[in-house]
Ligand binder design. Structure first.
Ligand code: LLP
Length: 431
């Protein structure tokens, strides 16, 4: 199986986190997002222990909550002792309402508005990750007016191409994010940050991409960042306390994806960081990582009920389900691959079909060319695996379709974490 929280029992029923998916569909309806809480906690602990082993106490793990953000999840990562990466006032408010310690919150975004920055400071956000020169000046003004000094990191662009999907490749020089090292803009930003009142420059940040499997991507970006740190240190005497290397470790959506050992990756990253720092006679800064996907992706599964099964002889087959690009836009956006499983194991023959949604457009495909049991019929259940990251958080109400609920699974028990939207919810803002 793709992940050890997915299996079929002796009677051929699909279990997720030890719970029969059919029972969950009966209880909550479909489409349904499931989240294996125990897996989320295990993933958090895996990061914490790997960092602990690799970086001698001077490190921090931030959960990048753009991957999935609602109170139950933020509370879970808070309990596990992680810090938080947020990118909007909405994510900040969710953290506040979840009771997250706000001094452990880092606020990113390439285009924070004045309103966002004021809100962030009012809510006690610990660190702002500044992305643009105009933001530096604005933040300095806001912090000064509040007679406060605000901790910041500067987002730098190390010029690393990760060869992941183009839309989520962010570390290249021509990226919309951050200050490029290569063009000298990073130096300008550091000099300005050091000169402005109301701002305490704590260090540098970079994030090169997401769903990254490249062998040495993180090592290369760490090395670029450290050599640049040394260059600035020699020139100005400023050495940062913090080096935040972003998120991005890849996860398995299908059996074809490589198995990545994140502890091994972190150990190798630590070796590079130590070696480069030793060569430069520089203290090892506090190292931060910002995983999103690898904390929650394999904790998720989406259940759907099959509606129409359409066979076009000599052409192709379609299996339509009661969700689609509204709860999972990732095939439409990135051509993302998935593992699709029937909720009842069938030994009978199989046929290939496109698993499609219920939206009014042909691009509403969850996954093309899926092998499914030949006898698949309306009312059957199918599961799409690895949907814990960037699914609920990217869901929409296109075609006025309500968002599904999220159910947490812990120790064989289920509980509603986010209720599903009703038709009335869809009309609540219409005047
Ligand atoms: N830190 C920063 C600054 C980021 O921009 C991101 C992701 C992360 C951390 C977390 O990266 P992760 O560990 O999750 O790979 N919607 C796309 C993914 C967009 C990622 C954006 N930034 C998808 O569905 O694949």
């Amino acid at each position: 199986m793709l992940s050890d929280n997915i299996r079929y029992d002796e009677s051929g029923d699909l279990l997720f986190a030890g719970v029969r998916t059919k029972d969950l569909a009966d209880k909550y309806g479909t489409p349904l997002y499931l989240m294996d809480e125990d897996r989320i906690r295990a993933n958090c602990r895996m990061y914490l222990s790997a960092m602990g082993a690799a970086f001698d106490g001077n490190w921090e793990i931030l959960y990048a909550c753009k991957a999935a953000c609602y109170k139950a999840l933020i509370q879970t990562v808070a309990e596990e002792g992680l810090s938080l990466d947020v990118v909007s006032s909405g994510e900040i408010l969710t953290a506040v309402r979840a009771g997250f310690p706000m001094d452990r919150v880092y606020f990113h975004s390439n285009n924070k508005t004045e309103k966002d920055l004021v809100f962030a400071l009012e809510q006690g956000v610990g660190t702002v990750v500044v992305d643009q020169l105009s933001e530096l000046a604005l933040l300095s003004r806001i912090a000064e007016a509040r007679s406060e000094d605000q901790d910041i990191l500067l987002r730098l662009t190390p010029g690393i191409d990760t060869h992941t999907y183009e839309a989520i490749n962010t570390g290249k020089v021509d990226s919309k994010f951050g200050f490029a090292i290569e063009t000298g803009q990073a130096v300008d930003a550091i000099e300005l940050a050091l000169s402005l009142p109301g701002i305490r420059l704590k260090g540098y940040h970079c994030h090169v991409g997401s769903q990254v499997f490249g062998e040495d991507v993180f090592e290369r970006s760490a090395e670029v960042m450290l050599r640049f740190t040394d260059e600035i240190g020699q020139r100005t005497g400023y050495y940062p306390e913090i080096l935040d290397l972003g998120g991005g470790y890849g996860v398995r959506y299908t059996e074809d994806d490589p198995e990545v050992s994140i502890p091994d990756k972190i150990a190798s990253l630590a070796r590079t960081v130590r070696a480069v720092c030793a060569e430069l006679s520089m203290d090892v800064p506090r190292i931060l990582l910002e995983p999103g996907r690898s904390i929650v992706a394999d904790a998720g599964m989406t259940l759907y009920t099959v509606g129409n099964v359409k066979r076009i002889p000599g052409y192709k087959n379609y299996v339509s389900v009661d969700g689609g690009m509204t709860d999972n836009p990732r095939y439409a956006l990135y051509g993302a691959k998935y593992t699709v499983l029937p909720a009842v194991l069938s030994m009978k023959s199989r046929f290939d079909a496109d698993l499609v949604g219920r939206c009014c457009e042909s691009g509403d495909i969850i996954q093309p060319n899926v092998s499914l049991p030949e006898e698949m019929k309306p009312g059957d259940l199918v599961a799409v695996c690895t949907t814990g990251a960037y699914h609920y958080s990217m869901a929409s109400n296109y075609n006025r379709i309500p968002r599904p609920p999220v159910v947490f699974l812990h120790d064989g028990q289920d509980r509603l974490a986010v209720r599903g939207e009703t038709l009335e919810d869809l009309l609540q803002y219409d005047l």
